[in-house]
Structures are given as C-alpha cells and as structure tokens.
Design a protein around this ligand. Sequence first.
Ligand code: ADP
Ligand code: MG
Length: 722
Amino acid sequence: MRKDTEKVYQKRIVQYKAEVKAKDKLLSSIHRISSLLTRPISLEKVLTAITEETAIVFGFTRVDISLVNEKDPNLLECKYVMGFSPEERERALGSPFRVDKHDCVETRTVKTGKVIYLKDYETDERLTKIDLKLAKIYSRVSGIAAPLKIKRNVIGFIGGDITSKKLALTRNEIKLFSTFANQASIIIENALLHEQNKQKIEQLLSLQEINKKTSSAMSLKKLFHVISANALRITKASSCMLLLAESDSKFLRIVSQRGYSDTDIKKFRLKIGEGIVGWVAENGISLLAKDVSEDPRYIEVKKNVKSELAVPLLSEKKVLGVLNVDSCEKDAFNNDDLELLMIFAGHTATLIENVRLYEQVITEKNFAENILESSPNGVVTVDCGRSISSVNRKAEEILCLKRDEIIGKRVSDVFEKNISEIIDSALNNRKAIENRETERMGKNGSVVTLGISSSFLKSHDKNVAGIIITIQDLTEIKKTEELISRMDRLSSLGQLSAGIAHEVRNPLASINFNVQMLSKKLDMDDKIRSIVSDTIEGIDRLKKLVKGMLDFTKPGIPSLKRGVINDVVRDSIALIDAQIKKRNIYLETKLGKDLPEIVFDPVQMQQVFVNLLLNAVEAVHEGGTINVKSTMGNNSNGNEKQLLVYIADNGPGISPENLSKVFDPFFTTKPEGTGLGLSITCKILEQHNAFIDVLSKENRGATFVLRFPVNSVVEKAGYVSI
Ligand SMILES: Nc1ncnc2c1ncn2[C@@H]1O[C@H](COP(=O)(O)OP(=O)(O)O)[C@@H](O)[C@H]1O
Ligand SMILES: [Mg+2]
C-alpha cells in the first residue's frame, strides 16, 4: 500500500517536474519574445521570433500565423509560415480565407476566439470539407490553432502541427499554447502599432524634408515637381497630379504629375466642377473616394484607378488648385492619409503663392531693368553712402566708363569734382536737380556737355535710399543750338549787309571813278599824289568788302554736280601754293582713296577750301604746318555715313571766347580782315546740307572739320540736282 502511494507520488513528481520544465521552457520562451516588446522591431522579425519559439516550446515542425485584414475584417490572410515546403508556403501566403464563406478550423478559431485542437483528422467529426481538402494539400493529420486576441478582439490565429504525424498534447500544453498565443498577440499588436508609427514618422519626416527643401528659393517648375514627388511618397499612391486653376478660373491645368503616361493626360484640361478633382476645386473641400466606381463624379483619366484622394490648395479662401493622388487598389487611402495630404497641401499652397510672388517680382524687376537698359538717357543710381549702385548702358556710353569698374565705388572716386558736387549737394539738401548743365572731358579729349537731373530713390518704407541721376549728352544739342543761332545771326546780318552793300556800291563806284580821274592829273605835287593813292587803296578795300558782303548774302544757287571732293581740295591748294611757298609753310595732305562721289557746286566748294586754307596760312607762323585730310566717317549718332574733310594748322588756335564767334559775319581779329570768309563758307556749306565745325585750343592750332552727306541728302533738300 505504502509502496503504491509512493509510486503514485513518484509518478506525480515526475509529472510535476515535466510540467515545471515545460512551464519553464514556455516562460523563458515568453521572456525571450517579450523582450522584443521593448525594442522597435519590424512585424516580420516579430513573426519570425514567435514562430521559432512556438516550434521550440511545443515541438511543432510547422507553424503559421494569419492576421485579419485591418481594412476588411472578413479577410483572413496568412502572414508568416515556418517549416513549409516552398509550394506549401506559396499556397498558404497566396490564398486568404473569407471568414463568412470558408468554414474551416482557421476561420472558426477567429470567429469563436477559442483554441481548436484536432488530435486526429481521421476520426474528428468537427472537420469540414475545406478542412479535409486542406489536410490533403498540406499532408495534415492533426493540428492546433489558437486565436490571437487583443482585448477580446481577435486579430488572427497561430497554428502548429507536425508534418504527417499526430500531435499528442496534454490539456496543460493546450492551455500553455493558448497563453503563449495571448502573449504573442500583444507583441504582434505592438509591432503593428510600431509599423504604423514608423509610417507616420516617415510621413512627418518627409513633410519636414519638403519644408526644408522648398523654403529655399526655387523655380515654380521645380517646386511643382517636388510637390508631386512628395505627395506620392507620403501617401504611397500609384500616381499623382498637381493641377492649378487657370487665370480665368474656369479650368484646371496639370502642372506636374507622376505615374501618368502621356496618352493619359494628352489633352487633359479639367473644367472646374467636373470630376472628383473638379468638384474639390469648386467646393474647396477634400474628398476621399475609397472606391471610385461608386462615385458618380468620377471621370476616368487613367485606366485601373480604384481609389482616389483629392485635396484643395487653398490660399486665403481662394482655391489655387488641387493635389490629387490615386491608387490601383480599392480603399488604398485612409483618413490619416487625407489629413496628412491636407497638411501638405496647406503648406504647398503657401509655397506656390510665395514662389509666384517671387517670380512676379523678378519679372517686374527684369521689366524695369529692360526699360532702364534701353533708356535713351544715362541713368546712374547712388546710395546714401555715396556709392554707385547701378549704371545703365547709355550711362556707360556717355561717361565712357564700364559699369563693372564703377559699381560699388564712391562717386568722388569716379567722377570729376563738378559732377560729384552736384550729386553731393542733391543728397545733402534732399533737393532734386533739374537739367543742370556741366562739362566733362570725353574720350578723345573733346569736351562733352552733360545735362544732369536727379530724383530720389525711395525704399519700401518711403525713406530716401539714394538718388537716381539722369544724364543726357547735350553736346550735339548744344552744337545744333549753336548752329541755329549762328544761322539766325547770319541771316539778319546778311539782310543788313546786303542793304548797306547796295547803298555803298553806287556812290563807291563814282568815288572810284572820280579819284581815278583825279590821279590822272599830272600837275599834282607829291603830297597830293600820296593822298590820292591812299584814297585809291581805301577804295579798293571798300570794294573788296562790298563784294564780300554781296557774295555772302547771295552766294548764288549752287549748280550741283556729282564729283570727287579730293579734286576740289587739290585745285584749291594749287591756288594758294604761291603763298605757301613764300611763307615756307609745310602742307601735308592725306586724301582718302576710294571716297564716294558726292554732289556739290565745284566753284562754291573751291571758295570754301580757299577761305579755310587762307585762314590757316594766315594763322601759322613762318615754317608752320597745315594738314589736309579727307576720309569716311560716321555722324555723331553713328547711324549715317559722312565724308569728312579736315583742315588743321599748328597756329595760335582760337581762344574759347572767340570760338563761338568765328562764323559770325564781320568777326575778325585781323587788322586787314573782313570777317566774312568763314560766314560765307558756312552759308555755302549750309546750301550743300553739309556742316562745319571747329576744334581748337589756344596755342595748339585749329582744326576745321567739314562733314558732307554721302547719300543724296542735298537732292532731298530741294536743290537742283545734277
Ligand atoms: N585757322 C585759324 N586759326 C586761328 N584763327 C582763325 C583761323 N581761321 C579763322 N580764324 C579766326 O576767325 C576769324 C574770322 O575769320 P574769317 O571769317 O575768315 O575772317 P578774316 O579771315 O577776314 O578775319 C579770323 O579773324 C580769326 O580770328
Ligand atoms: Mg579769312
């Protein structure tokens, strides 16, 4: 009896020991998988660890884990298998169960939330047709499945068996398996949450990244590209398009897309109000179409789109456009995606507005710069610190300075005192300058007359930020003004002198006759003879003057012929050759070859050259030099060809105060001069539509420049032609 009891005890001890061992095994196994809880680990790894531990603790050769689909609770999908042959594995992972349709151990475990242990497939009456079919496929002879539960909610099951071998599990072991499954559920749930978090974090990170990327200045085109790429990324959609409202606000136009082929969107232009996207644009409300086939608004743009998510881009209640993502799967987007895309769209709308504004500012800036560049006036801006901040092309030309060399430099370091003083006083007195005239040395030493005006440059807060200086080159205008006033003087003086000449001519003729007669008288003493001869000399001078006056007033209508100007120049030189030789003057000619023929009156033109050459001869000292040059050139605007003749001497030159007077009739500095030579010259040239100019500096000679038009401008002027 005692022995029997002892045996029973011993048996129990063995049994307990075994149980303790099993529990120990289970506990350490649970401990191992629970340690996964503390670490963020992927679902894949968690499932691997659980199946491995299950196999170790319960001695299964095959373990599988299936989970209920999050979006469709009717769908039970196998997520992980262990110990399956490749074919078995492929089949298991690829054939989900429908909980309402398929009646089998797997779906029953999920439905009932209870462990199902099928010890023997041959005898068990609970087996359905599907169970038997599966048993055949997987060579299953027995098996166990425990539900994976989170707070009474079944999220899937874990199953185990031994290929072609019956299981022999004790009640305790079945209970342990259930406990193990519960623990595994928590870990799986945790991993699922972790997976979701990871996705959210990833989305947030990409939002942040977009923020970073797009806050730097970029073109609209690039921005659109970044937006669609990232919309796709954060929603994991298969295609995406960004549409913006056209300026008439009636249509939407695709500005960027991903995942569409050219044929999809070839002629795509969406009317606001049409389609899901058009509806979103019209109403300014986001829309999540889980199944587009059920939405009457849906218009097919791309084949196989099953679900779509569209959010408006709003800026101050105005709909700028729509950001649209879609997927080839039904129900691909959830509310989280919607929320995220809305946050993204909000940010995007502001960015698009900003970049648009920026581009508009740039366009306006370019426009202003273009106007400034093509301005006929020179424009220079100077900041309050007296540094040059901008220079336009005309200013470069007038000032003969390169902008790269002067921008950033101080006004006083670039300009002469007279100009920098004008700028200084305008800035100091905060008073604009109007048409102040000043002079400056030009490139070739010629004096350039500048007209300077200024206005203030205001900053956005209306403070004076600097000064805008407008510069005009008045040199040509001055010359023209001078010419006009010269002509004026000439014509009034001409009329006066014509009258005088007429009045003087007749009495002078009789005086001349009388004196001539008187001189023939033989009985004059020497004293009287000398008086008479002085009188004759005086009369000669008066005759010359009267002739000059008449020549000047009536040089006669030119008889124009086409000819070579060099020939006239040579003839004129020949006429004064004797005087040149007598005074030992060196005359150098550089007459241009192949000069075009021009239209002129040869007699009058000879008068012009003789006048100028004589003046030069009279100006130079003994042994002086005269240079005569003819060449082709441009007018001062550079838009017309001209034939130029220079007559230069190295005489005393003309003083600045006389420079403007030399063309006036009767202006002379010579005791014997008539002061009519240059005024006649001027008049003749005027009739030929040609110009004369003088450049001179005291003690450095004088240069007269004659400019003849080469195109028949003379004919246009209304004179007789050839
Ligand atoms: N080549 C020259 N060099 C210096 N002065 C000149 C020259 N040509 C003309 N002039 C000045 O212009 C004045 C007017 O010349 P012009 O009309 O020919 O009259 P005139 O020779 O009779 O004085 C001259 O008196 C002289 O002062
Ligand atoms: Mg003269």
